[in-house]
Design a protein around this ligand. Structure first.
Ligand SMILES: CC(C)(COP(=O)(O)OP(=O)(O)OC[C@H]1O[C@@H](n2cnc3c(N)ncnc32)[C@H](O)[C@@H]1OP(=O)(O)O)[C@@H](O)C(=O)NCCC(=O)NCCS
Length: 174
C-alpha cells in the first residue's frame, strides 16, 4: 500500500509550501510565541512552548488535511497556512507568519499559491475564510487574493486572548 501525499509541495516565486516536519519545532516555537500572532488566531495557545510545537507537529492530521509550512527559499520556515473542512464541502483557510516576515507580501503570495493548489489539485471551487475585526492586515491579504466579504460577522473563540472576538467572514470563488 502506498501513502497518498495529502500535502504536496507548492512553489511560488519566493516560497515553498510543504508538509510540516518535526524539525520545524524550534523555529515554529520561536515565531509562534508572540501574542501578535496567537492573538489573531482561534486555537493557537499563548505562551507557545516547545511542548505545543511538538504536539502540533506530531499530529497525524497533517497527513490527511492540507496543512503547509511556509518556507522561504532563503530564510527557511516562516509560518503556516492550512485548510480545515469541519463541514464537508466547506473548506476554510487560515494562515500566519512570524513577525520578522510581515509586510513584504509573503502572506498574499502563500495564500495565492494555496488557492491555486486547492482549485487545481483538490478540486475545490469555493473557499471560506474569516479574520478578527481588529486584524486589518489579514483582511487586506484576503482582499488582495480575491476574497469578498459576505457581510456576516460572528463571534469566534480566541484561545490566546481567552475571549470571543467578532470575526468578519469572507468567501472566494474559483
Ligand atoms: C496578517 C499577516 C498574515 C499578514 O502577513 P503579511 O505577509 O505581512 O501580508 P502581506 O504583506 O501579504 O499583506 C499585508 C497587507 O496588509 C496591509 N496592512 C498591514 N497593516 C495594516 C493595517 N493596520 N490596516 C490596514 N492594512 C494593513 C499592508 O499594507 C498590506 O497591504 P498592501 O500590499 O495592499 O499594502 C501577518 O501579519 C500575520 O501572520 N499576523 C498574525 C497572524 C494572523 O493575523 N493571521 C491571519 C488570521 S485571519
Amino acid at each position: 500500500m502506498c501513502a497518498i501525499e495529502a500535502t504536496p509541495l507548492i512553489q511560488t516565486d519566493r516560497l515553498i509550501l510543504r508538509r510540516p516536519v518535526i524539525s520545524d519545532a524550534g523555529e515554529l516555537c520561536q515565531l509562534a510565541n508572540d501574542l501578535g500572532v496567537a492573538g489573531m488566531l482561534s486555537t493557537m495557545p499563548y505562551p507557545y512552548t516547545p511542548k505545543h510545537a511538538d504536539e502540533f507537529l506530531g499530529r497525524e492530521t497533517h497527513w490527511r488535511e492540507p496543512n503547509f509550512a511556509i518556507e522561504h527559499r532563503e530564510f527557511g520556515f516562516m509560518g503556516m497556512i492550512g485548510v480545515s473542512e469541519k463541514e464537508p464541502g466547506r473548506p476554510e483557510i487560515g494562515y500566519w507568519l512570524g513577525r520578522p516576515f510581515w509586510g513584504r507580501g509573503y502572506a498574499t503570495e502563500a495564500l495565492r499559491g494555496a488557492l491555486g493548489w486547492m482549485t487545481s489539485d483538490w478540486r475545490r471551487k469555493v473557499v471560506w475564510a474569516g479574520h478578527f475585526s481588529d486584524n486589518k492586515a489579514s483582511g487586506q491579504v484576503l482582499v488582495k487574493a480575491g476574497f469578498l466579504y459576505t457581510g456576516d460577522v460572528v463571534l469566534q473563540d480566541c484561545l490566546a486572548r481567552g475571549q470571543q472576538v467578532p470575526t468578519r467572514k469572507m468567501v472566494w470563488l474559483a
